[in-house]
Design a protein around this ligand. Structure first.
Ligand code: ZN
Length: 270
């Protein structure tokens, strides 16, 4: 493994961002925003601190986690492609178009049949920490691109960036729903958040996992019709509990009849 050379990155970060990085590095258990503020003396300027965290996120993974009722940041590894300006090279553009084969990767309309034009877009927006790599690029039509931009603009970039840093797909889905507690969240956003990392997830299965009594989230589903007449499904979260650190194991155990009985007894629902 190559060790990370901070010196390349240092020149691109301002002193506050560097100080946050060094602070997180010396606190491997993580710090919440108030602790970071207290140490840095950034005062009440939340906007300012958010901007520094955002610039730090261009170069480092900053996995967030829920500890008790607090959200803490930790310092992860340095990201590759530290010169990522968001500009899509001709080579990447050609590669993405080749994968799309003349079809919008969002709605499926084609260049030949529907006279659409394809645009190369960052799947995970740059403002949410998305990188300019082929895995994060796709070719979509102008109307899908505009719709996506408008819809995504309704989400808080910092919250979404923090959310997408969760390694666990269950955490990503749970925290997305929590951001909109009691309000329906579109299934396409859930799918997006579930699949925002390289791995393609069965998001519907992951959503069901969260409803298991061992996890204990109450999630209801609903439907609505868009003005264009499409039916969309939505999911609404009604309670919150931090996911146990071993939630993946608990979910597997719940699906194992031999272990399920014991878990039921432990939960008092035998
Ligand atoms: Zn489209």
């Amino acid at each position: 493994m190559a060790t990370t050379d901070d010196s390349d990155i240092d020149s691109k970060l301002n002193h506050v961002a560097r100080a946050i990085r060094d602070l997180l590095r010396s606190n491997p258990n993580g710090l919440d925003i108030d602790e970071i503020k207290a140490v840095l003396g950034v005062g009440a300027d939340q906007m300012h601190l958010d901007r520094r965290l955002r610039s730090l996120r261009k170069y480092y993974h900053l996995p967030g986690k829920q500890v008790g009722g607090r959200f803490v940041y930790t310092l992860g590894s340095a990201k590759g492609g530290i010169t990522d300006s968001g500009a899509i090279s001709g080579k990447l553009r050609a590669e993405a178009l080749n994968i799309a084969k003349g079809r919008c990767q969002m709605c499926g309309k084609t260049v030949t049949d529907d006279a659409i034009k394809l645009q190369i877009d960052h799947k995970v927006p740059q403002a949410w920490g998305g990188l300019t790599v082929i895995e994060n690029l796709w070719a979509i039509c102008e109307s899908c691109n505009n719709g996506k931009r408008d819809h995504f603009a309704s989400y808080d970039a910092d919250e979404m960036t923090a959310l997408l840093e969760y390694e666990s797909v269950h955490e990503r889905i749970a925290h997305l729903l929590k951001m909109h507690m009691g309000q329906p969240v579109d299934s396409n956003v859930i799918e997006f958040v579930a699949n925002a990392t390289e791995r393609q997830e069965d998001w519907q299965k992951r959503l069901r996992d969260l409803r298991y009594p061992v996890i204990g989230l109450e999630i209801t589903s609903g439907r609505y019709k868009t003005p264009q007449g499409f039916t969309r499904s939505t999911y609404t979260l009604h309670n919150w509990r931090d996911l146990p650190p071993n939630h993946r194991q608990l979910i597997r155990d719940w699906e194992n009849p031999a272990k399920k009985q014991l878990l039921k007894q432990q939960l008092g629902i035998a």
